[in-house]
Design a protein around this ligand. Sequence first.
Ligand code: COA
Length: 201
Amino acid sequence: MRILETERLILRPIEEEDIEFLVELHADPEVARYLSLGRPRTAEETRTWLDKMLSMERENAISHLTILSRETGARLGRSGLLLFQIEEASGKADEHPLAAFFEPETVPQGLRTTDELEVGYALARSAWGQGVATEAATTLRDYAFSELDAPRVMSVIHPENVASARVAQKNGMVRFDTLDFFGKTFDRWLVVREEWERLPR
Ligand SMILES: CC(C)(COP(=O)(O)OP(=O)(O)OC[C@H]1O[C@@H](n2cnc3c(N)ncnc32)[C@H](O)[C@@H]1OP(=O)(O)O)[C@@H](O)C(=O)NCCC(=O)NCCS
C-alpha cells in the first residue's frame, strides 16, 4: 500500500525496523486482550506476524501500516487492511456463526468462501482516547472503497471490545452478524459501498 496521510497521522508500510515497537505493542495485555489470540504475543509470534505482513504486502499490496504522529514522528500503533475468507452464508446464520479464515491455506477443502477486506487497528496505550484509531480507520475504509474498488469493508470485533465497536460505528459501520474466528465468536461490523457513498464528508 502507498503511504497515507491524514490531518495528524502518517500511515506507512510496516518496516523491518518496526519490530521492537511491535513486540512491545503486542506484549501489552491491555492491547492484546481483544485481538485474535486474546493474550499477549511472544516476541517470536510478533516476528511471524511481521513476516506475514511483509509477504502480504509483496503478494497482494495490502497489509497493516505503521501509524506515525505527523507532529513528532513517533510510532503510535498499526492499522491496515487484511484479506479474510468467510464461509458463504448457509441461510442458517442464526444457528451458527460463519467461519472466518485469515490465512487462505487454513480454509477446509470444499468449503465455499468469499474474500472480504477487514480494517483493523491496535494502538499503544499512550495513544488511546485521542481519536487516532478513528482517523486511521476512516482513511483505510476510504482507501478500500476508492482505490481497491471494494464492494464492502468490515471490522471483526470481540463483542466486549466497546472502544473498537465505537470506532467501527464512527467508521460508518453497523453490526452485521457473528463469525467464528480462531475458535471464538466475534462480531462482524460492516459498511457497504452504497452506505459509504451516502456518508457525510
Ligand atoms: C480500540 C482502539 C484501537 C481504540 O483506539 P482510540 O484511538 O482510543 O479510539 P478513538 O479515540 O478513535 O475512539 C474510541 C471511542 O471509543 C470510546 N471508548 C473508549 N473506551 C470505551 C469504553 N471502555 N466504553 C465505551 N466507550 C469507549 C471513546 O469515548 C471514543 O468514542 P467517542 O469519540 O464517541 O468519545 C484502542 O483502544 C486499542 O488499540 N485497543 C487495543 C487493540 C484492539 O482492541 N484493537 C481492536 C481490535 S478489533
